[in-house]
Design a protein around this ligand. Structure first.
Ligand SMILES: *Cc1c(COP(=O)(O)O)cnc(C)c1O
Length: 478
């Protein structure tokens, strides 16, 4: 029992917690001053060796030493030179709400196992649905990530389809959905999970700017029908992950309304503009959607995972995992037993983060964050455009920017090699963090502005650094 008494020793907890807070506060101050690297690169095998040794090393027995090492060996998203994947630099208050969520560990599946957080969840969802103009019947929940939210929405779409089309199903219709070829890979995974096979996902081509070719939807529908497939849903991207491009939601919405097809919007990243008066127009037509996914852990300041899945017709959210249709006749929906509607049984008290942000900083904090990130991306794009040795991969509509280093006398093959090497070198040196993607077969450097304090100085330094690396690579020095 002595060991377990230490595990649950409140004095030890208090002492260690204070030390950890001091360590983190010092870390955040360093991030403010852009001190240190974004990431201290270690190869996966070296990293593995370090942690194996650490576990076995008896002299490393301070809890604070463990935290120090985790800090040193992780990527720093709060660094102003972090311009990589789309996760938020978690707001400091939501780090604290994570602590109380972990402390109380309320499981959320039924009301009494998450009483306060369930009420907050209802309020947060209402705020999101209001910002989308989804109307009075809207409802939804928070869930563990955009991937799971998209799957859940598609399961709801299938449930509604099956309820309506019992007759057709007897004729064993094959089910399928439409999505653009630029959509996030999780839609394809969802289709596989649902057992529709590779035939069940029909990818609509995109135009020069990577938007779904909505002019092709009727043609694709006629073809699908000929092959004996029923189109159960269309997924619009708002925005795409690679380039931050918004599909024409209005055109998709009209098509879906005409043919009574479920319209789901994957707004995991860019749905956050619902909170912005300046950028909400990117979502024009979203009011025609049946459901939308919005990640709070991307552009809305919360730690992972925290995703809203909102349905325009709240009834749809109750039918996802329900066997019988008569449940829908219930007048009183038990909104407070969230486990009936979410894939998770036990889930984090994730509503605390957005609720706390709204309470202490005002709902406008989301708008300011989105506006700043999108504005800064425009600034960065204008700097790239001014420099003839760079080429943008697309017109930026979000805080995602793809560009590449380019010289007129290099072949595409050479450029791909140079840009891929640039990205690898950036990664290993750790001064900046950027990623890469392929657009129309070519390698591009991909940046997502996730830190509101990343500004001119960082953008200029990154471009100068990339130019320097490109020259070193071209001349064989790297
Ligand atoms: C990030 C993203 C996802 C996946 O969301 P997770 O929260 O990482 O599971 C899905 N779709 C789009 C468009 C995204 O940007």
């Amino acid at each position: 029992m002595e060991r377990l008494k230490q595990v649950y020793n409140p004095d030890l907890f208090q002492k260690e917690a204070h030390q950890l807070v001091d360590l983190l506060a010092a870390h955040f101050r360093r991030m403010d001053k852009s001190e240190g690297k974004v990431m201290d690169w270690l190869s996966p095998n070296d990293q593995l060796k370090f942690w194996n040794d650490f576990l076995e090393n008896d002299s490393e027995n301070e809890i604070s030493g463990f935290f120090q090492n985790v800090l040193e060996k992780s990527i720093h998203i709060h660094h102003k030179n972090y311009l990589g994947h789309q996760v938020s630099a978690a707001s400091y208050v939501s780090i604290l709400s994570s602590m109380i969520s972990a402390s109380l560990n309320n499981g959320m599946a039924i009301y009494e196992m998450g009483a306060s957080a369930s009420a907050m969840e209802q309020i947060v969802i209402k705020k999101v649905s209001n910002s989308l103009s989804f109307g009075g019947n809207a409802s939804g929940m928070l869930t563990s990530g955009g991937t799971l939210a998209n799957l859940t929405a598609l399961l709801s779409a299938r449930a509604r389809f099956e309820n309506k089309n019992v007759q057709e199903l007897l004729l064993s219709q094959k089910m399928a959905l439409f999505v653009s070829e630029q959509a996030h890979y999780c839609v394809e995974r969802a289709v596989k999970v649902m057992g529709w096979g590779t035939e069940g996902i029909i990818k609509i081509p995109t135009d020069e700017q990577f938007k779904m070719r909505t002019d092709l939807l009727e043609k694709y529908l006629a073809e699908a029908k000929k092959e004996g497939k029923s189109i159960v849903a269309v997924v619009g991207s708002a925005c795409t992950t690679s380039t931050g491009t918004y599909d024409d939601l209005e055109a998709i919405g009209k098509f879906c309304a005409k043919h009574e097809i479920w319209f789901h919007v994957d707004g995991a990243h860019g749905g956050a503009v619902a909170f912005s008066n300046k950028y909400r127009k990117r979502l024009k037509g979203v009011d025609l959607a049946d459901s939308i996914t919005i990640d709070f852990h991307k552009m809305l300041l919360c730690p992972a995972l925290c995703t809203a899945l909102v349905y325009k017709n709240g009834n749809d959210s109750y039918r996802t995992f329900q066997q019988t249709a008569d449940y829908l006749l219930d007048e009183e929906k038990d909104w407070y037993n969230y486990g009936k509607r979410t894939f998770e049984c036990t889930k984090l008290m994730m509503s605390l983060h957005p609720y706390l942000l709204m309470k202490y900083f005002g709902e406008e904090v989301f708008e300011e964050n989105v506006d700043r990130l999108y504005d800064q991306a425009k600034l960065f794009a204008s700097l790239i455009n001014k420099d003839p040795s760079f080429e943008l991969g697309h017109d930026p509509e979000a805080n995602i920017i793809c560009f590449r280093y380019r010289t007129t006398d290099s072949s595409e093959e050479d450029l791909n090699m140079i840009n891929a090497k640039i990205r690898q070198q950036v990664l290993e040196e750790g001064r900046f963090y950027i990623v890469q993607t392929k657009l129309k077969g070519n390698v591009y450097l991909r940046c997502t502005i996730m830190n509101v304090f990343t500004d001119q100085a960082e953008f200029r330094a990154l471009l100068a650094y990339v130019t320097h690396l490109a020259k070193a690579i071209s001349s064989g020095k790297i």
